[in-house]
Design a protein around this ligand. Structure first.
Ligand SMILES: [Zn+2]
Ligand SMILES: [Zn+2]
Ligand SMILES: [Zn+2]
Length: 142
C-alpha cells in the first residue's frame, strides 16, 4: 500500500474514477494520502493554503461518491475521512477493514483484518458493514 502516497498513483486514481483533475482536487487528495490514518476536515482545512469552503465540500462529496475516500463517524466525534484502500466505486464502498480509535493518542486508524466477517440477513441486502473498535494503538500499546 506504500505506492498510495505516490503522485502518479493519485493522478491515476482520479482518472480511473472518471474525475476530472483540477489542481485543487489533486491538492486535497495529496493531503489524504499524506496521512496514513483518518483525519477530520479541520486538518484538511489547515493543510490547504487557500481554499473556498464550498469547493472543498463539493470535492469531499465527489470523492465520497466515487469511492476515493470514506467517512468514519464515531459517536461523539467529528466525522473523519480516510482514503479508500480497497476497490470502492460509485455503487458501494467495499471495505475489509475496521476502524480503530486509540483512546490515548485519539488517532482513528483503518486497520486491515484477515477475516472480515460476512453478514447475511434474510431479505435484506447488506451493502456496507462497518466495524469500530477502541483501545490502544500499536504505538501507544507499549
Ligand atoms: Zn471506500
Ligand atoms: Zn495511540
Ligand atoms: Zn477506513
Amino acid at each position: 500500500m506504500q505506492q498510495r502516497c505516490n503522485k502518479v498513483f493519485m493522478v491515476n486514481l482520479l482518472k480511473s474514477k472518471n474525475i476530472s483533475e483540477t489542481p485543487f482536487r489533486k491538492e486535497v487528495l495529496e493531503i489524504f494520502s499524506k496521512y496514513n490514518n483518518a483525519i477530520p476536515l479541520s486538518i484538511v482545512e489547515k493543510e490547504l493554503k487557500k481554499y473556498n469552503r464550498i469547493t472543498l465540500y463539493r470535492t469531499i462529496k465527489v470523492f465520497l461518491e466515487k469511492g476515493i475516500i470514506h467517512k468514519i463517524t464515531i459517536s461523539g466525534e467529528d466525522s473523519n475521512y480516510a482514503i479508500c484502500q480497497e476497490e470502492c466505486n460509485t455503487d458501494a464502498h467495499r471495505h475489509q477493514h475496521i476502524h480503530f480509535k486509540c483512546k490515548k493518542c485519539k488517532t482513528i486508524y483503518c486497520v486491515e483484518i484477515n477475516e472480515f466477517p460476512a453478514i447475511t440477513l434474510p431479505n435484506y441486502k447488506v451493502e456496507q458493514l462497518e466495524i469500530q473498535a477502541t483501545g490502544l494503538c500499536e504505538n501507544c500499546n507499549v
